[in-house]
Design a protein around this ligand. Structure first.
Ligand SMILES: NC(=O)c1ccc[n+]([C@@H]2O[C@H](COP(=O)([O-])OP(=O)(O)OC[C@H]3O[C@@H](n4cnc5c(N)ncnc54)[C@H](OP(=O)(O)O)[C@@H]3O)[C@@H](O)[C@H]2O)c1
Length: 292
């Protein structure tokens, strides 16, 4: 009898303590009876990242796929052999496929994952007015996909605590795509939430119960979608306030799910069947229930 060691997949980042990705991907491996395991690889700094990426090149390394999260989504690019066009334009990679020849190709499934979730929610961004809070990695992916789709929003107003970060992000994206629909504003009031069709929070504000709202909740109206990329807590103060104003609300668990489905598809080389997708989604929902 021969022993086949499992193929290893995982996530690199720091910190990783609350990642739900292992639950989702390990549930899929189990359901598909694939001899593989998904692990956490916390990397405490740039030097650790460099050594880890060097090890990945070694013949016999059992790691065949990775997710990448903060703070490495941008820093990872120089280590890769190839980067898919969307990830290259967005300037961020959250998924890596590693071949048996130890070649590495990067993808970004955050942007398309967000779009798939919007579609599930019945929100078509075409011609819509979008307001975005935050200018970090998640905003980068969301802005990129909204700028690159064929049926683009009418306009995107972008506000960030550090205005300079928002300006730099918009300028960087403008070098890789037509980002002329993105307008950086200098105050939350200038987001004109009362006129927006969709408000998206991409900041980490809301993770803690005591976090103050970044916008005036009275600006929220019933004809809009308020989307918070945070999924733990499942209803941030922003979502609670938006719900009380009659707006459609969603947390970011669906985005996490769809980005994971797309990452798995890149690793497997084929789409996953509906039964396995349902198992992955249930694993995420139950993991979240156990965390809260
Ligand atoms: N649903 C999903 O699939 C998914 C995927 C990725 C991330 N997320 C969530 O998205 C959130 C952001 O992640 P990220 O990777 O984009 O992080 P990031 O790159 O570190 O960006 C953080 C953003 O939050 C802003 N911010 C932080 N503290 C703030 C405060 N007290 N007041 C105002 N703004 C503040 C930062 O503003 P400055 O520029 O001023 O610092 C920056 O715009 C996290 O909660 C993460 O869990 C969800």
């Amino acid at each position: 009898m021969t022993y086949e060691p499992p193929a290893i997949y995982g996530i690199i980042g720091h910190p990783l303590t609350h990642s739900l990705s292992p639950l989702m991907h390990n549930a899929a491996f189990k359901s598909l009876q694939v001899n593989a395991v998904y692990k956490l690889f916390p990397l405490g700094g740039d030097q650790e990242l460099k050594l880890f990426m060097e090890d990945l090149r070694e013949e016999g390394n059992p790691i065949f796929g990775l997710n990448v999260t903060v703070p490495y989504k941008e820093k990872i690019l120089p280590f890769l052999d190839a980067v898919d066009p969307f990830a290259a334009k967005a300037g961020a990679v959250n998924t890596i496929v590693i071949t048996h020849q130890r070649k590495m190709r990067g993808f970004n499934t955050d942007g398309p994952g967000f779009l798939s979730h919007l579609s599930e929610l019945g929100f078509d961004p075409k011609g819509k007015r979008i307001a975005i809070l935050g200018a970090g990695g998640t905003a980068r992916a969301i802005l990129s996909v909204l700028c690159l789709i064929n049926d683009r929003p009418a306009g995107i107003k972008l506000y960030n605590r550090t205005v300079d970060h928002a300006q730099k992000l918009a300028a960087q994206l403008g070098q890789n795509m037509d980002a002329s629909l993105v307008e950086v504003v200098h105050s939350p009031e200038d987001l004109n939430v009362e006129l927006a069709d969709c408000l998206i929070n991409t900041t980490s504000v809301g993770l803690k119960g005591e976090d103050k709202l970044l916008i005036d909740p009275d600006a929220v109206h019933p004809d809009m979608l308020v989307y918070d990329v945070i999924y733990n807590p499942p209803q941030t103060a922003l979502l609670k306030a938006a719900k009380s104003k009659g707006a459609q609300i969603s947390n970011g668990l669906g985005m996490l799910y769809y980005q994971g489905i797309l990452a798995f598809k890149h690793w497997a080389g084929v789409d996953i069947d509906g039964k396995c997708k349902a198992i992955m989604r249930k694993a995420l929902q139950e993991g979240l229930k156990n965390e809260s």
